[in-house]
Write a protein that binds this ligand. Sequence first.
Ligand SMILES: Cc1cc2nc3c(=O)[nH]c(=O)nc-3n(C[C@H](O)[C@H](O)[C@H](O)COP(=O)(O)OP(=O)(O)OC[C@H]3O[C@@H](n4cnc5c(N)ncnc54)[C@H](O)[C@@H]3O)c2cc1C
Length: 435
Amino acid sequence: MSMSEGIQNRPYWWDGSGLPDAGLSLDPQTLPETVETLIIGAGYSGLSAALTLARAGRDVTVIDGDMIGYGCSSRNGGQIGPSFHKLGVAGLTAAFGQAKATAILRESMESLTYLKTLISDEGIDCDIQPESGRFKGISRARHYEETARSNESLAKAVGFAFEMVPKAQQSAHIGSDFYHGGAVYPEDGQLQPAKFVKGLAQKAIAAGAHLYAPARATGVTRDGDRFAVGIGDRTVSAGQVLVATNGYSGPELPFFHRRIMPLRSAIIATEQLAPDLIRSAFPDGKCIVDSSRLVLYYRPSPDGTRVVFGGRSFDNADRPDHYVPDLRRLMLRIFPQLAEARITHGWSGTVAYTFDYAPHLGSHDGVHYVMGYCGSGVGRATYFGHKAALKMLGEKGGETALDGLEFPTRAFYNGKPWFLPAVLRWQSFMDRFGV
Ligand SMILES: Cc1cc2nc3c(=O)[nH]c(=O)nc-3n(C[C@H](O)[C@H](O)[C@H](O)COP(=O)(O)OP(=O)(O)OC[C@H]3O[C@@H](n4cnc5c(N)ncnc54)[C@H](O)[C@@H]3O)c2cc1C
């Protein structure tokens, strides 16, 4: 029997959320010929923008090529934190100067606060544990000092809270000897991603937004001061368009296709396990990420019965027969005590990398856009979606620290990151070598 046989190839999160049939969308055949504001992509970015626009009195239409929330937003690990730019304080300062670097870092912190406040003010039911904290496991000994230095610089620059945990004390946070110590981020937390995307969609609908799915945009062209948007076999005229397609941006929107590198990340979930076994792995219920290049991330399910374990995958296609056994093997290296745990779900999604590791929002030829969270976007997609909406409204408050950043591409890059698989395989090899 192959390892992925009998395993459901769909997000475990959908089970607890009512997705994919959550009754959120209208029949695309009933799409009007003319709309005021059209949002392409119904994940956190698009739905957060829809909520802000609808509350401001705009007539908002949201379409998704698949179901509402089909992309990363119902598939992710549900870990929430500030998602700092990969360059860190020194790299950002060298690239942009101190003032802009600090503003970019501060905004990452603000995005987390925005997310937590939105969920709490709106009463969105998504099993949020806003301050359960996160433990970052150090995969190779030399990463410990690097992580400590980088955390210290973030603490100094923007007051980021952290605590370094030497190996001798890591058993308070993880039931494994696998790591060389770690760091605790007490203000990070976790939520149930599919419940969050569904809750956000419900809020947008309640505010007056109309959601249509499955309705795929096939192209956007200017038509005077309006836009002609192909949707399936129809054309809809829109006054304003926001593209929020992130790692699912296809060739039908070439400007974005050329600027986004879709990278696959995959997750497995175990069957329900005894509470003692879960506690043996996650003694204080923190979610966990590590410093390996595979970027492993894992946590207990919100009801404390399953292990949800994710990491980067090296296939362009969704290949559970590859990533399920790989992830299980990695999970058992960290938690040998889970050897008997059956895997019930395995799924993947494509995250959106940009060439400068920064998210991007703004407009191109009059078409607004927001995307590019580089694998870490629960908070930032929600926050920057809101910011993109304020920009479309022309209201104060739409400014962000990312304004003015060029949205870079590379010569000959056409949306297929041909150079990535080899690089990633090499990184994976190095990681294994280091383990
Ligand atoms: C496996 C995995 C684990 C992750 N773990 C974490 C985590 O723990 N913490 C964290 O912060 N982030 C995590 N992320 C990243 C996070 O989920 C994303 O950054 C975030 O959900 C992005 O939201 P979005 O709305 O921009 O994009 P998405 O949710 O991907 O939505 C884009 C939507 O656009 C639609 N679309 C594309 N093209 C068209 C078209 N032409 N017409 C109509 N619709 C179209 C797609 O169907 C899709 O639904 C993870 C991602 C994955 C895949």
